[in-house]
Write a protein that binds this ligand. Structure first.
Ligand code: PLP
Length: 360
């Protein structure tokens, strides 16, 4: 059915997403780990979030307050956390719509405290600690000044500590960097006579440590997005029995021609300021697809058809070499691709891509 539908579509197989989610929830529960469903890569689409709820996930997190507000407005009642360390300017709305936030700045936390006090709510906070990847996170030597301030808050409850690696710096999760969390927790608990129930050890890439038995047993939360949606292909884990094809992109062919593989004329830069490089393979059969960089980067897609090669894309056109494709292709046919993490993020965000759901 999906093979023949036209246009530009992302086919979303809810059963496969549910299967991946259940597999991860089961794996994590064997180690006493609570899975936080991270919804940012699917823009917290309510249909997808609903599947995660039905697969045993009870806590959710998203980087964008807009996504959280959208879910709440749709009647979503589970616990939800603001995942990106917040903007000072979103404190009032964040306290209203989110139960918890991951934080790394005192000034922002002050604002959250003020906002929580004003509406007489307790807001939960998990401190983001720097563990080597050099994105968000407070430094260990700042812990005491943070703790003094946090203990003065009447409407902020410190729930725990978190680290994040593998995003900006590409640092691999390890026993060493995840155990830093355990040391900090012990330090705070003994010095401040406080119980920190949550140790949030990382994202999808940390599942590998878990499977190898190298995650410190004190870690009891992982924040998982990629592995649920793409079975770990982009985070370097391989979710055993997981579906890599829960999201399939279909794009329609709008031109097929045999053309030379090298352009004619003096080569300047392309529409994105890059000087393209061509290899002369003689005359090749090429197809143009009605999809472009406004939707997704061509490098974020893997063709499913044997023999198809992506040559490049401008804003609204993607050019593929189909000389070596053994089945006949015609203008009007749709061809299929699997997106990587960046590709999925872009396709879910593009309003030009129709989302087709296969039932749960
Ligand atoms: C996006 C994100 C995650 C989830 O990452 P995945 O690779 O999708 O599992 C976890 N924690 C933080 C802080 C994030 O920004």
């Amino acid at each position: 059915m999906t093979l023949h539908c036209s246009g530009l579509r992302l086919v979303i197989d809810l059963k496969k997403i549910g299967h991946n989610a259940k597999t991860i929830v089961e794996l994590c529960s064997r180690y006493g780990i609570n899975v936080v469903g991270v919804t940012k890569v699917v823009c917290a689409h309510p249909k997808i979030v609903h599947v995660l709820e039905n697969s045993g996930i009870r806590k959710f997190a998203d980087s964008r307050l807009k996504n959280i507000i959208h879910l709440r407005t749709a009647g979503f009642e589970n616990e939800i956390a603001l995942l990106r360390v917040p903007m000072k300017s979103e404190a009032v709305e964040a306290v209203h719509y989110a139960d918890c936030s991951y934080q790394s700045e005192l000034e922002v936390m002050d604002q959250f405290h003020w906002a929580a006090k004003k509406c007489n709510k307790i807001h939960n906070v998990i401190l983001m600690m720097e563990a080597g990847d050099l994105r968000e996170g407070i430094l260990p030597r700042e812990l005491d000044s943070f703790m003094e301030q946090i203990l003065s808050y009447s409407h902020i409850r410190l729930q725990g500590l978190a680290i994040n690696v593998g995003c900006y710096g590409g640092v691999r999760p390890s026993y060493q960097n995840t155990s830093l969390l355990v040391g900090w927790k012990e330090y705070i608990e003994s010095k401040y006579q406080l119980d920190l129930p949550i140790l949030s050890g990382g994202s999808s890439s940390t599942l590998q440590l878990l499977e190898e038995g190298k995650l410190p047993p004190e870690i009891n939360e992982l924040r998982i997005g990629e592995a649920i949606f793409l079975a770990g292909v982009s985070s370097g884990v391989c979710l055993a029995g997981g579906y890599r094809d829960a999201f399939e992109l279909l794009a329609e062919i709008i031109e097929i021609r045999e053309k030379p593989s090298v352009p004619t004329g003096e080569i300047d830069v392309d529409s994105f300021g890059r000087k393209p490089h061509f290899v002369n393979k003689g005359i090749r059969k090429r197809a143009i697809l009605a999809i472009g960089r406004q939707d997704v980067s061509p490098y974020a897609l893997a063709p499913r058809l044997q023999g198809m090669e992506i040559l490049g894309a401008s804003s609204d056109h993607m050019i593929v070499d189909i000389t070596d494709v053994s089945i006949p292709l015609h203008v009007g046919d749709s061809v299929s691709f699997l997106p990587d993490y960046g590709g999925l993020l872009a396709l879910m965000t593009s309003p030009y891509v129709i989302k087709d759901f296969l039932p749960f």
